[in-house]
Design a protein around this ligand. Structure first.
Ligand code: 16G
Ligand code: MG
Length: 543
């Protein structure tokens, strides 16, 4: 390592004195103006990680659903997964080192992680459409080059597309071609194949309205839609030509406000969906004939997909294990439906894709979705090989068709991470194959009314949780207070957890009616405020 060169270059990306940040659930995220040094240093870190793993590493510049003024960065590990936890710690140390300590910290990481410095390094970079992203990704490149790393800058990409590129490159193209056309072709071909079998179920051309959150999803979907135009026509809204990124639109807005985004025309019973700012989440919704808004969230996507998969799996007669992974935010009705009606095992992990992804890898077929619309389906290598073999070998027509269908499903899901575009195509294919309307899909089960609130506290780390965040172990008395409050309502449940992305505590409550869910959420917020060091205004009832 040429540490003198690092010191010199770093001075051009100097860290503001006293600023400390943490590599959280979704990497580093804060106001864009505070991130230049972090980007440079993540370029350095990506080189070390690449040398250590002897693989291509990804760096994505995005702040997803956060406001346009924010930005962020995360590293993508060799198989398209989130960065390994020990490296999250290295990332935090490196980002927070004062200028003069930077060379020492860098050498330290190299030693701790046993990095062979003579190894070559290759880093791929992608960014979203934020005004700050281009300059920040240049700072990443500066970091990569000063340590002698090679790089390829993909420019504008959705986050899942960058994960895909990393995965392709580290499997020598076996997963797909590491180009944007490669991505479009792979997914569209699988979609077209899959929907071919839906020929009889048709209202002909199917149409879907997509709210792109004024983000990167609009650019990429516009490029891609020609590839699958025969099976599906998508109409783009909030495509970034007028509105501001994530402002009153996008999947996070729709899910948390439980209302439609601005800038989309919804007629009754029309199928609509929203992406988030970097297109790794998707949420569906519609207005019924009475003008009432219905949200079809990540839980219902998981329910649709798992019930769809069960049939061909049964047909091919091979006992591949299927499991669904959720978080504490999953609606109680969805868990009940999956376990009691669908008879599939359901597991709960902590919030954050890496936890769900990890758990889903334990099954032959692991369906994971967060209620907020982030998820995918993972097929183990063994399951994939088995299915591909059956698709070739099975004699009986019906069975071979089922295996072929599963083969297309494997190709259509982004196996590297949750992907709004890929999920959208899977969902549209399933609806077409099953001849389902969005209302019929929604009717799989009825969501329990729920409410999410935020509480400001002096230090959110005074709350610690267990049991996949469903129980608070600290501060003392809080869980007991929640238990007492929950007892007051029917079909009720509530939990609290410190946010991993904002300086607040999140409160979730569900109950038999909206009024009761609202009251419970308010009462739990008050308990948090009183027992966990609330600051500012006390929580107020009413929404
Ligand atoms: C991040 C996570 C998302 C999680 C959310 C929770 C990834 C790629 N994204 O956006 O999965 O739901 O954080 O945020 O892991 P919170 O901790 O503020 O509630
Ligand atoms: Mg996102």
């Amino acid at each position: 390592m040429d540490l003198d060169a690092v010191t010199k270059q770093s001075a051009l990306h100097a860290k503001p004195d006293g600023l400390t940040l943490q590599y959280g659930t979704a990497g580093f995220r804060t106001k864009a103006e505070h991130l230049d040094h972090v980007m440079f240093r993540m370029g350095l870190l990506a080189v070390l990680r690449s040398k250590q793993t002897k693989s291509t590493i990804g760096v994505m510049v995005t702040a997803s659903h956060n406001p346009e003024e924010d930005n962020g960065v995360k590293l993508v590990d060799p198989l398209g997964e989130m960065l390994a936890p020990s490296w999250e710690e290295h990332a935090t140390c490196l980002a927070n080192a004062e200028e003069q300590d930077l060379p020492r910290v860098l050498v330290d990481i190299g030693e701790k992680a046993a990095v062979n410095l003579h190894q070559d390094a290759f880093v791929v970079i992608g960014r979203d459409t934020r005004p700050s992203s281009e300059k920040l990704s240049q700072s990443v490149i500066d970091g990569v080059t000063v340590l002698g790393g090679q790089f390829h800058d993909y420019g504008l990409l959705t986050t899942p597309q960058l994960h895909y590129m990393v995965y392709c490159r580290n499997t020598s193209g076996q997963y797909g071609k590491a180009t944007i056309e490669g991505y479009y072709q792979k997914l569209s071909a699988a979609f077209v194949e899959l929907t071919k079998q839906a020929s009889c179920s048709g209202d002909g051309q199917r149409t879907l309205k997509v709210d792109c959150a004024n983000g990167i999803g609009a650019l990429k979907l516009r490029e891609m839609k020609h590839y699958f135009s025969q099976g599906l026509s998508v109409q783009l809204f909030n495509d970034g030509t007028k509105g501001k990124l994530n402002h009153l639109c996008g999947a996070d807005f729709v899910k948390s406000h439980q209302k439609p985004p601005q800038g989309i025309e919804m007629k009754s019973n029309e199928r609509c969906c929203s992406f988030d700012g970097d297109a790794d989440r998707i949420i569906y919704y519609y207005h019924d004939a009475d003008g009432q808004f219905h949200l079809v969230d990540g839980d219902k996507i998981a329910a649709l997909i798992s019930s769809f998969l069960k049939e061909p799996l049964l047909e091919i007669g091979d006992s591949l294990s299927l499991g669904v992974v959720q978080t504490a935010y999953a609606n109680g009705s969805s868990t009940r439906y999956l376990e009691e009606v669908m008879k599939v095992p359901v597991y709960c992990t902590k919030t954050g894709v890496k936890h769900l992804h990890h758990k889903a890898q334990e099954f032959d077929i692991g369906v994971y979705f967060e209620a907020n619309g982030h998820g995918t389906v993972l097929f183990s290598k063994a399951a994939e090989m088995k299915i591909k073999q059956l698709a070739k070998e099975l004699e009986e027509d019906k069975k071979r068709k089922a295996a072929k269908m599963l083969e297309n499903v494997i190709d259509l899901f982004n196996q590297a991470t949750g992907d709004a575009i890929s999920d959208m195509l899977v969902i549209e294919a399933i609806l077409a194959l099953k001849g389902l309307t969005v209302q019929q899909w929604d009717a799989l089960y009825t969501d329990l009314p729920n409410r999410q609130l935020k509480v400001k506290v002096a230090d959110r780390q005074v709350i610690s949780t267990t049991d996949a965040e469903r129980q608070a172990v600290k501060p003392p008395g809080l869980q007991e207070a929640i238990n007492e409050l929950v007892k007051k309502y029917r079909l009720s449940r509530a939990f609290v957890r410190p946010s991993g992305t904002e300086d607040i505590v999140r409160v979730y409550a569900e109950a038999d009616s909206q009024e009761n869910a609202d009251s419970l959420a308010y009462e739990v917020s008050l308990a948090v405020f009183q027992l966990a060091g609330g600051i500012g205004e006390r929580p107020q009832p009413g929404f």
